[in-house]
Design a binder for this molecule. Structure first.
Ligand SMILES: *Cc1c(COP(=O)(O)O)cnc(C)c1O
Length: 517
């Protein structure tokens, strides 16, 4: 990383606008280009062996084999890879990623998948079971999030499509949190264009909101107005209020945010939006299947759902704490009229009358069946029990971290716990944890690390192991303040390098690497 470090330390802080211009021209200079290219190669070569462990172990194909491989042999290889990969998440070494992971739960979901593996909700006439499952998944999620209490606001203020009629909470099943968020942002863009003639839309989004909002901004041409967070890591509501203008199509808040696990002040934010006749999206991808149960368990949970008259849509990930298989999420709207802006219909296509609710055409009906089966088999009692265990575990982890004087917790989190350090390089602490088998999330702005507690961490011994290793990591980094190598400098560089285009290029090379056979 020498070139990056030199660039970084030599240049110090330069205003980003000027830096972009410097970068644009610097990268056209052949010697600079060569230097950067060689850095790319070094980093990618270091990563390659870790990302491609099966090259010499299992058969690989860059083209379709002339003759089919035996099914028994395929199954054997699949099982071997699964076995090698499952140890870490099963034993609770991984932040997030697998939210339930109990063998009996997985076996049950797999059976459901096998029964419905041919179903496609696009053909609602052939598989009415698939549409039944989706309608019920949407309804169950909506009820859990206050659909029945989604009354009209007392002052009656707001556009009818946004405030609804108190009976219209509805939604769709999508492929994941990102798709739910993309769909909602497209919906608000199209709604504002038709209803208010907004042609240069913007969205008011906390800096801590999920990257999916940035993706929506890029895909759909909706300018982002980023709102900073306060010392508690919750979005600055006054700054949000001031940022809304006549081209604003939606205001966003997280319940909770991915980086620091804190719930924004959704009550205030959603009221600000409603009074101005603008939609408000609560991103509860992470919290939808925890917060309602946490409240029932007596935890102090701020309001974030349809009980607030200004909340006009919510994203809720069934494939996280809903404990379904990966590949489903729910996007909910306050009114059926609003959902219509999400739908796609075409009447003039030679292929026939065509319509679909979400981005995909054909979809895996089996995933919706699995999602339905997860919700119905867990039941409220199951979710309450799981939530109680997760929050209890979160509390123990938080208290343990608070006892380590070199570390500090960011914000006031329940089960997604971010920690930083004023005296140590937190990425080196993370790297030591990695060497002990842990897989934590490295975050930046500010530099910190988080662990998202799942049912995997509620197994006996996991918390003690985590805290022991973390204590060991802090001691190690204190005693060895400057050893080179590993990923810590890469994180540090990526977080602070003024040349953001170089960092973005690096991420693209990483994706290219993933597609190498
Ligand atoms: C996980 C998550 C998302 C979306 O993630 P997907 O990977 O697309 O399911 C969005 N917002 C928050 C807060 C999340 O935690």
């Amino acid at each position: 990383m020498d070139v990056m470090n030199i660039v970084q330390t030599k240049m110090g802080w330069v205003p980003p606008g000027i830096m972009r211009i410097v970068e644009k021209y610097a990268r056209r200079i052949p010697s600079v280009q060569r230097m950067i290219e060689s850095e790319y190669d070094t980093v990618m070569n270091e990563l390659e062996s870790d990302l491609k462990p099966y090259r010499d172990v299992h058969s690989s194909f860059s083209e379709i084999p002339a003759k089919g491989k035996s099914k028994t042999a395929i199954l054997k290889e699949m099982a071997a890879m699964k076995k090698k990969e499952e140890d870490r998440w099963k034993k609770g070494y991984v932040s997030g990623a697998v939210y339930h992971g109990d063998d009996r739960h997985i076996d049950f979901l797999n059976k459901v998948y096998a029964i419905h593996s041919q179903a496609n909700p696009l053909h609602s006439d052939l598989w009415p079971s698939a549409t039944k499952f989706e309608a019920e998944v949407v309804s169950m999620t909506a009820r859990m999030l206050g659909a029945e209490e989604a009354r009209l606001p007392e002052d009656g203020k707001g556009r009818p499509e946004l405030i609804g009629d108190g009976e219209g909470v509805c939604g769709s099943v999508s492929s994941g949190g990102t798709e739910s968020i993309l769909l909602a942002m497209k919906t608000y863009r199209d709604f504002a264009r038709e209803q208010r003639g907004v042609t240069r839309p913007n969205m008011v989004v906390p800096v801590t909101a999920h990257a999916a909002f940035d993706k929506a901004s890029q895909y759909f041409g909706i300018k982002q107005i980023k709102i900073p967070v306060g010392p508690d890591y919750r979005v600055d509501v006054e700054a949000a209020r001031r940022s809304i203008n006549r081209n604003t199509v939606v205001v966003v808040g997280s319940a909770p945010s991915f980086p620091h696990g804190v719930v924004d002040d959704i009550a205030t934010l959603s009221e600000i939006a409603r009074k101005k006749g603008i939609g408000f999206h609560a991103d509860a991808c992470l919290g939808a299947f925890i917060l309602p149960f946490a409240r029932k368990l007596g935890y102090d949970v701020p309001e974030f759902d349809f009980r607030l008259p200004g909340v006009t849509s919510i994203s809720a990930d069934t494939h996280k704490f809903g404990y379904a298989a990966k590949g489903t999420s729910v996007i909910l709207y306050r009114s059926i009229a609003l959902r219509h802006y999400q739908y796609y219909t075409v009447t003039e296509w030679p292929g026939g009358m065509y319509f679909s609710p979400t981005f995909a055409g054909s979809r895996a009906g089996a995933l919706s069946a699995v999602c339905w089966a997860a919700l119905v088999s867990m039941g409220e009692a199951g979710y309450l029990e799981a939530t109680a265990k997760i929050l209890e575990t979160g509390k123990r982890i938080r208290e343990g971290i608070e006892k380590i004087p070199e570390l500090k917790i960011l914000g006031n989190p329940l089960w997604v716990i971010a920690f930083a350090s004023e005296s140590l390089d937190i990425y080196r602490v993370m790297e030591y944890m990695t060497s002990r088998g842990w897989n934590l999330n490295g975050l930046h702005r500010p530099a910190c690390v988080h662990i998202c507690v799942t049912l995997r961490h509620t197994q006996s011994g996991v918390v003690a192991r985590f805290l022991k290793d973390l204590r060991g990591a802090v001691d190690f980094v204190k005693e060895n303040p400057a050893t080179d190598g590993g990923m810590a400098p890469v994180y540090g560089m990526a977080a602070s390098l003024p040349m953001r285009g170089v960092v973005a290029d690096m991420l693209k090379r990483y994706l290219d690497l993933l597609y190498r056979v």
